[in-house]
Design a protein around this ligand. Structure first.
Ligand code: OAD
Length: 257
C-alpha cells in the first residue's frame, strides 16, 4: 500500500468547499494497477512499438493481427489487474460530493472500484465490434497467455469482418454520448467547485482542453501527477504525487472535515 500524500492547504480548502467534483483521468490513474501508461517505456515484446502508431485505423488496415495482438495483450493485463487505492478513493468520494468521472482510459478499473463513469472518452477495450459492419461482438475471443506479435482477430458472426476493440483510434471521432456527458459535467460546474486532473500528460485533444473549460466555469483545477504535464501551468494547484497516494488523502480530509 503506497503512503498517502501531504496536501497543500489550498487543495484541502478547495476540496472541502466544493459541491461538485469533476475528475478527469488518464493513463497514470491505472499505472499503480500495473497498466503501463502510453508514454512510459513499454516493456518486453512491445518495447519496440510505439502505442501511438498502433492505435490508428491505418495500422489496423495494414496489419490487423499485429494491432489485435497488442490490444489482446492489454485486455489480458486489464482483466488480471485490480483497481488501486486511487480508484477506490474516487468511489468513496461520491459519498461526500457530487462526482463526475470522465476518463480517457479504456479499462474498467473505475467501475470495478465502484464508481459510475460519466464518460469513456476514448471508448472501452471490451466493447468489441466488427470493423466492417459495426455489429457488437458478444463474448471475449481467446487471449494469448503471453505477449505475442500477431493474433488473428475473431470474425464477425454476421459478415465475417475482423473484430476490433471498442476504442477510439487517432483520427477517429469520439463517441457522441461521451462528449455530450462530458460537456454536461463541465457545464454543471460553478465557482467553488473542483476539477481534479489525474494522471494525464495533457497532449491529446479534446480531452486536454477540458481542464481549461472547467476553469472557465469558475472551478478550481487541481492536478495530481508525479511530474509536470502540459496542463500544469493552467492548474490552480498541483499535487506532485501518484493517484494512489494523493486521492486517498483527499478523501481523508473530507472524512475529517
Ligand atoms: P500518457 O501516457 O500520455 O500520460 C500519463 C500521465 O500519467 C503522465 O503525465 C505521467 O506523469 C502520469 N503518471 C504516471 N504515473 C502516475 C501515477 N501513478 N499517478 C498519477 N499520474 C501518473 O496518458 P494519457 O494522458 O492518458 O489515446 O494519454 C492520452 C491518450 O493518448 C490516451 O487515452 C491514448 C493515448 O495515446 C488513444 O489511444 C486515442
Amino acid at each position: 500500500m503506497p503512503e498517502t500524500a501531504e496536501l497543500p492547504d489550498g487543495v484541502v480548502t478547495a476540496v472541502r468547499g466544493a459541491r461538485r467534483v469533476l475528475v478527469l483521468t488518464g493513463a497514470g490513474m491505472s499505472a499503480e494497477s500495473g497498466i503501463a501508461t502510453f508514454r512510459d517505456a513499454q516493456t518486453g515484446l512491445w518495447e519496440t512499438f510505439d502505442p501511438g502508431q498502433l492505435a490508428t485505423p491505418e495500422a489496423w488496415a495494414a496489419d490487423p493481427a499485429l494491432v489485435w495482438a497488442w490490444y489482446a495483450w492489454r485486455i489480458r493485463l486489464v482483466r488480471d489487474a485490480e483497481p488501486n487505492p486511487g480508484h477506490r478513493a474516487l468511489a468513496d468520494l461520491a459519498a461526500h460530493r457530487e462526482v463526475a468521472i470522465v476518463t480517457q482510459n479504456i479499462d474498467d478499473l473505475h467501475e470495478r472500484a465502484g464508481s459510475q463513469v460519466a464518460a469513456h472518452l476514448h471508448g472501452s477495450l471490451l466493447d468489441l465490434r466488427c470493423a466492417q459492419c459495426g455489429a457488437p461482438f458478444e463474448g471475449l475471443p481467446e487471449l494469448p497467455e503471453e505477449p505475442v506479435e500477431r493474433v488473428t482477430p475473431a470474425s464477425c458472426a454476421g459478415c465475417g469482418g475482423d473484430v476490433r476493440p471498442g476504442v477510439v483510434w487517432f483520427g477517429e471521432v469520439l463517441p457522441e454520448d461521451a462528449v455530450r456527458e462530458t460537456e454536461a459535467a463541465i457545464g454543471a460546474l460553478g465557482p467553488g467547485d473542483v476539477c481534479l486532473v489525474v494522471g494525464t500528460s495533457g497532449i491529446v485533444f479534446p480531452a486536454a482542453g477540458y481542464p481549461s473549460a472547467a476553469a472557465a466555469q469558475g472551478a478550481t483545477v487541481i492536478e495530481v501527477n508525479p511530474v509536470e504535464s502540459e496542463l500544469s501551468d493552467l492548474c490552480h494547484h498541483v499535487v506532485r504525487g501518484t493517484a494512489a497516494q494523493v486521492l486517498p488523502a483527499l478523501v481523508t480530509v473530507l472524512d475529517e472535515g
